[in-house]
Design a protein around this ligand. Structure first.
Ligand code: ISE
Length: 336
């Protein structure tokens, strides 16, 4: 009983997931590629032997061409795919963010709660990165004392033309809004945004880099350097400051060269390679969970909703809102 997955969206992430499922994931195959752009669809489907191509998820559902859905269209198009997939009672892996604002995320939660149990896993893949997992274990063990501060850097060489200023928060810092509370075992209490000097190499529409300061409910203070025009490579690194120690993850670990008076370490250039094994682990565990009937093994739609609240606070803070509190309603028992 191989799981038949429909991949919705054949852009960079969708195409990467199609190859991953075809070549590296056990127990599943891509049975449908849902993509209105015919050229893109054909190029992606070439990596998925036997997959059918559909222009909409509704068409794929009507043709009974799938057992589960992987949503990899841009964030603002998630809700229109989530609704029919939930109506059909399908297990879903939805790339981040869940939806583009907390009101639409809440509507998704309401729809999901009509089902017998959570059906949506959200693609916050950093939780599946081996070093992040090791750091979380260190926090939980207390071996270095209590965690006091988290210093995070999130650097992209460049961003596509479709990347807007608010996406610094909603498309990029969105990852820290999920992974840091998960690491520290405490939700975000407030968000503030500061502006260093602007990078003159940034596209004109972007006011970046930005420094995002989050305070967690347990008092841990977090600073995130969000910087998307660095040119030299892709870096996601974290330093965790404990009472009796410091831990660092995400340091460059590629080939080292000594040459003409320099020591060079190869750096990643894209998240596709930096997080390749995290994506592999995420999809494999999701596939295994769906085949067992558990449907979710990782961050769920409630986590996605909490992140949407933090993103809203972050966008408000970035637009001059000062220190913006994040307040969440009580978690429904459905997500316990
Ligand atoms: C992109 O959408 C991602 O999810 C990457 O992980 C992140 O580093 C990048 O800034 C986003 O635009």
């Amino acid at each position: 009983n191989e799981l038949r997955i429909a991949v919705v969206g054949a852009g960079m992430m969708g195409a990467d997931h199609i190859k991953r499922i075809t070549h590296r994931i056990a127990g599943a195959r891509v049975s449908a590629v849902v993509e209105p752009d015919a050229d893109r669809a054909a190029a992606a489907a070439a990596n998925a032997p036997g997959a059918l191509v559909f222009a909409s998820v509704e068409d794929a559902i009507a043709a009974d061409a799938l057992d589960a859905v992987l949503i990899a269209v841009p964030g603002q198009f998630h809700a229109p795919v989530l609704r029919p997939a939930l109506d059909a009672g399908l297990p879903i892996l939805c790339e981040k963010p869940l939806t583009q604002d907390s009101a639409s995320s809440w509507e998704v939660l309401e729809l999901e709660q009509k089902l017998d149990k959570p059906h949506i896993q959200v693609g916050f893949m950093r939780r599946f990165d081996a070093e992040y997992q090791e750091l979380r274990q260190l926090v939980e063990s207390g071996a270095s004392g209590d965690l006091m501060m988290v210093r995070a850097v999130h650097r992209n060489p460049s961003v596509p033309d479709s990347y807007t200023n608010d996406m610094l928060i909603t498309d990029s810092v969105v990852h820290e809004f999920d992974v840091v509370p998960w690491l520290a075992g405490s939700p975000v209490a407030s968000v503030e945004v500061k502006f260093p000097r602007r990078n003159s190499h940034a596209p004109e529409r972007l006011r970046e880099p930005i420094l995002v300061i989050m305070e967690l409910e347990n008092g841990v203070l977090v600073d995130v350097e969000m910087n998307v025009s660095v040119g030299f490579g892709y870096q996601v690194a974290t330093e965790a400051v404990f009472e009796q120690g410091v831990a660092r993850i995400g340091q460059p670990s590629g080939m080292q060269r000594w040459e003409r008076g320099n020591h060079i370490v190869k750096e990643h250039e894209t998240f596709v390679t930096r997080f390749a094994s995290a994506y592999d682990a995420q999809i494999q565990r999701w596939v295994d969970a769906v085949r067992r009937g558990d449907l979710v093994d990782g961050p769920n739609a409630w986590d996605g909703y909490l992140v949407a609240l933090s993103c809203e606070a972050g966008v408000k803070a970035m637009h001059g809102g000062g220190i913006v509190p994040v307040t969440a309603p009580e978690r429904p028992a459905f997500y316990a």
